[in-house]
Design a protein around this ligand. Structure first.
Ligand code: COA
Length: 161
């Protein structure tokens, strides 16, 4: 489908779960804009530039994927970028209520906006960035959780924490 979609998130840091969703979206759509939230209010471990750089490296083989960042409301960012479709991953039923709320709120703010959910890969259903941060900062093995090309950079940063 020759359509541009947005995959938004904090990506603090990117995990194999995120990469799975981005890769599958890139096969389904003409262009995928991966949009990193600048002010997540979560006091991110990785700076916006670091998160974008890790995503660029992790998606280097995907020609139709572009990495960018945004501030403020996602619905407004989509409007100003001329994009009307958000793609997100659903890992488990527990994600559903929150994602459903966000999709409805975004549609109220920008009625043109649709949200499409891809079911997460079975290996990623338990995965989250905070889990990666916790295991990595305690010296645990995160090689099954983060993309291989950015593994060493993530480990180095987390061990400094
Ligand atoms: N695989 C692995 N982990 C995944 C995942 C997947 N497919 N999808 C989500 N996650 C994890 C993330 O790693 C993250 O883990 P953590 O909380 O342990 O660090 C967690 O799920 C939440 O993901 P996050 O990247 O923070 O995204 P989100 O679903 O909370 O939404 C935005 C982030 C950017 C889409 C949302 O906050 C937003 O739109 N903000 C802009 C402000 C705005 O418009 N607000 C109104 C919204 S209605």
């Amino acid at each position: 489908m020759n359509k541009t979609v947005i995959c938004p998130g904090s990506f603090d840091p990117v995990t194999l779960g995120h990469l799975d969703i981005i890769t599958r979206a890139s096969k389904m759509f003409g262009k995928v804009i991966v949009a990193v939230l600048v002010n997540s209010g979560k006091n991110p471990t990785f700076s916006t530039e670091e998160r974008m750089e890790l995503l660029r490296e992790a998606t280097a083989g995907l020609d139709n994927v572009e990495i960018t960042s945004f501030k403020g409301l996602l619905a407004e960012y989509c409007k100003s970028s001329g994009v009307d479709t958000i793609v997100k991953g659903l890992r488990a039923v527990s994600d559903f209520e929150y994602e459903f709320q966000m999709a409805l709120a975004n549609k109220k703010l920008n009625p043109q906006l649709e949200t499409i959910f891809l079911t997460a890969d079975a290996d990623s259903t338990f995965l989250s960035s905070s889990m990666v941060r916790e295991i990595g900062s305690m010296g645990g093995d995160i090689s099954n959780f983060v993309p291989a090309p950015v593994h060493d950079r993530i480990v180095k940063k987390l061990r400094k924490q």
